[in-house]
Design a binder for this molecule. Structure first.
Ligand code: SF4
Length: 369
């Protein structure tokens, strides 16, 4: 396949197909991919601002029936350290979030079989009553599928009820790799590929802002990574005019420390820095209709995060005041507001603090460190 022809197609924002994407991933020199992705980043986000934000990841509960083989965080019901976060704990965490200048909670599962939709509705309403300016970026397609089955409701109905109760945006959690061959091994009890996509389709119709993610570097093939990107791009193309759709795409590598996937199946993370750069660049090239590409600095660290900004990424995500899932599997990077901004400047860009909708915020965070 003629790589030059694919480059030209990509630069004209013409959707490239699975075979072309696979050829780019496997055979294109990384410097070519970086060059093209960087040009495309300028098309979608002219200028030199790199986004970052302050939010807090709070886990609603660590009880989860799913028992994904890459997850060290989940506990079975009845475990000594199983929990459901209490209102008092939310208040302490949100007060701290506000004191650091943030106003968004990323609320994630487990999928606790004892919690039904009324639990989430009551929780969202209560948090919004206590903190009217709080933004809830909460749950994800697997939880929506689970609640829809449990309550015998459509995905649209579950999403509408949660949005009415205070859900502001839906994270692209639980995408891992959108291939049912892969999902049967890494997350067999979670939503299937068509279900994940259907939930997002409904969220886009309701104009709920969403994100898309990929957790790669385990058992998937290059072809499956490319297919994942194309499924997301094609769904984005379906969104109603002027609706948010996928605001951003975030790929991150499998963190293998102590996971069932590694300990029982011998699957180690295939992550390495140059491959992440390739992944970021390919994401920018294939996702010709998603404006923002975020590098996961929490999992790849400072240097690769900086290099990602020259390879198509225009965002470094959140300083994440609390994170319990990827850190339980070995992700050790942590940055405060000051460090995040200095990383962006060191990489040659201007830090732009933003909200979940990728709108710039002018106020300074209430933290110097
Ligand atoms: S990754 Fe999420 S859904 Fe899977 S076991 Fe862990 S908490 Fe449950």
């Amino acid at each position: 396949m003629d790589l030059e022809q694919i480059y030209q197609k990509a630069l004209r924002l013409v959707p490239i197909n699975n075979e072309e994407g696979t050829s780019l991933y496997k055979y294109a020199p990384v410097e070519d991919l970086m060059f093209i992705a960087n040009k495309l980043r300028q098309v979608h986000n002219p200028g030199n601002i790199v986004g970052w934000m302050i939010d807090r990841n709070v886990n609603l509960t660590n009880i989860c029936f799913s028992q994904c083989t890459f997850c060290n965080f989940c506990r079975k019901k009845g475990s000594d350290d199983a929990y459901i976060t209490s209102t008092e704990e939310y208040i302490t965490k949100i007060d701290e979030l506000y004191s650091l200048g943030g106003d968004q909670l990323l609320l994630q599962g487990g999928m606790n079989p004892d919690l039904d939709i009324s639990f989430y509705i009551d929780l969202f309403r209560n948090l919004k009553k206590l903190y009217p300016s709080l933004k809830l970026h909460a749950l994800g397609p697997p939880e929506i599928v689970y609640l829809a089955k449990k309550e015998r409701l459509s995905f649209a109905e579950v999403l509408s009820r949660l949005a009415e109760a205070g859900l502001d945006s839906l994270p692209g959690a639980g995408a891992e790799i959108l291939s049912d061959r892969v999902r049967k091994v890494v997350s067999p009890a979670k939503s299937t590929t068509p279900e994940w996509l259907d939930v997002m389709r409904e969220a886009h119709k309701l104009n709920l802002p969403t994100s898309a993610t990929m957790m790669y570097g385990h058992i998937e093939t290059i072809e499956e990574r490319i297919e994942h990107l194309i499924l997301i791009r094609d769904l984005q193309a379906e969104r109603p005019p002027n609706h948010y759709g996928f605001i951003t795409f975030v790929p991150w590598p499998f963190q293998d420390e102590g996971t069932v996937l590694r300990e029982k199946h011998g699957i180690k993370s295939s992550y390495n820095g140059p491959d992440y750069i390739r992944m970021i660049a390919i994401s920018r090239i294939i996702l010709n209709n998603i404006r923002n590409i975020q590098a996961s600095i929490l999992t790849v660290g400072r240097e690769i995060g900086m290099l990602s900004l020259h390879s198509g990424a225009n965002d470094l995500g959140s300083i994440m005041i609390e994170e319990n899932v990827v850190s339980a599997a070995g992700a050790k990077n942590r940055f405060d507001a000051k460090e995040m901004q200095s990383i962006i400047r060191e990489a040659g860009f201007v830090p732009g603090r933003r909200n979940q909708k990728y709108e710039l915020i002018n106020t300074s965070p209430n933290t110097s460190g």
